[in-house]
Design a protein around this ligand. Structure first.
Ligand SMILES: NC(=O)c1ccc[n+]([C@@H]2O[C@H](COP(=O)([O-])OP(=O)(O)OC[C@H]3O[C@@H](n4cnc5c(N)ncnc54)[C@H](OP(=O)(O)O)[C@@H]3O)[C@@H](O)[C@H]2O)c1
Length: 256
């Protein structure tokens, strides 16, 4: 299937590694021009540029900090100056919790500074980045936005203690998308992708093999998602091949 992405301008936040890098490369493979952001890992961003060049694509790395709205307008202006606008926006960058969840710590013990440091970039940052990007998307054909949430925003039951604030920041994207689809209608389609636990470099570093094996054993497909699995879902929803799907959530979780 031709996804219709040749020559489209794509902007992926958090493209220096993980799901964002796989997404940037996958869009480039489809013939899109790909801008992507990094926050601090310039060297990783250069690796993404090399991966995009390896599939014959053109890449534009820009620095963007979810806590700094000026960095967002600067990033968008850089993309505009190079390519004239943005057709597809993928809100993928994330501020992770500063430490891994401590199952022994009670919710009421989380200091306000700690949870605010997560909500500001992930919730306020999502609003600010969309406000920066939308003017560059208006009036173009085939506008597409894909917001990257997480399965922790919809899980109930055991298994995820200590992730409530992070999950809350991701669940907020659902309300945001509902408002956007009503406003943007057919001009820009807006969808959400929710990855489950994905085998990124970061997760390989922080989660021991035996816990990954246990997680895979509880996954109906019998394996964890790769960044490329998630990227393919994002690329489809972010392409003109997605003709009339808006306001939907696509779970890439192996059936969890
Ligand atoms: N991996 C999973 O298992 C999983 C599961 C569910 C949902 N998700 C979601 O999928 C998305 C990608 O996750 P990932 O695991 O691929 O992430 P990752 O590999 O840790 O990469 C995070 C990206 O975000 C950037 N970033 C970090 N803090 C930032 C900030 N404050 N402002 C701007 N950019 C910042 C990083 O830039 P630098 O490289 O410069 O630091 C990097 O490009 C996220 O929205 C995440 O919530 C992931």
């Amino acid at each position: 299937m031709d996804l219709g992405l040749t020559g489209k301008i794509v902007f992926v936040t958090g493209g220096s590694r993980g799901i964002g890098r796989a997404t940037a490369v996958a869009f480039a493979r489809e013939g899109a021009h790909v801008a992507f952001s990094y926050q601090s890992e310039r060297g990783m961003a250069e690796e993404t540029c090399a991966a995009i060049a390896a599939v014959g694509g053109t890449a534009l790395p820009v620095r963007l900090d979810l806590s700094d709205p000026a960095s967002m307008t600067d990033a968008v202006e850089t993309v505009r100056a190079r390519w004239g606008g943005i057709d597809v926006f993928v809100a993928n960058a994330v501020q992770w919790p500063s430490a891994l969840p401590d199952p022994e710590r009670r919710f009421e013990q989380v200091p306000p500074q700690e949870w605010r440091d997560l909500l500001r970039p992930n919730v306020e940052g999502a609003v600010a980045v969309l406000q920066a990007v939308l003017p560059a998307m208006r009036g173009r054909r085939d506008g597409r936005i894909v917001l990257i949430s997480s399965d922790v925003a919809r899980h109930r039951g055991p298994g995820q203690p200590g992730l409530g604030i992070y999950g809350m920041s991701k669940a907020a994207l659902t309300g945001l998308a509902n408002g956007l689809i009503a406003e943007l209608g057919g001009e820009i389609l807006v969808n959400i992708v929710t990855p489950g636990f994905t085998v990124t470099e970061r997760n390989l570093a922080v989660m021991p093999q035996h816990l990954r094996d246990r997680q895979a054993a509880h996954t109906p497909t019998g394996r964890l998602s790769t960044p490329e699995d998630v990227a393919r879902a994002i690329v489809f929803l972010g392409s003109p091949a997605n003709g009339n799907i808006t306001g939907e959530t696509l779970n890439v979780t192996g059936g969890v």
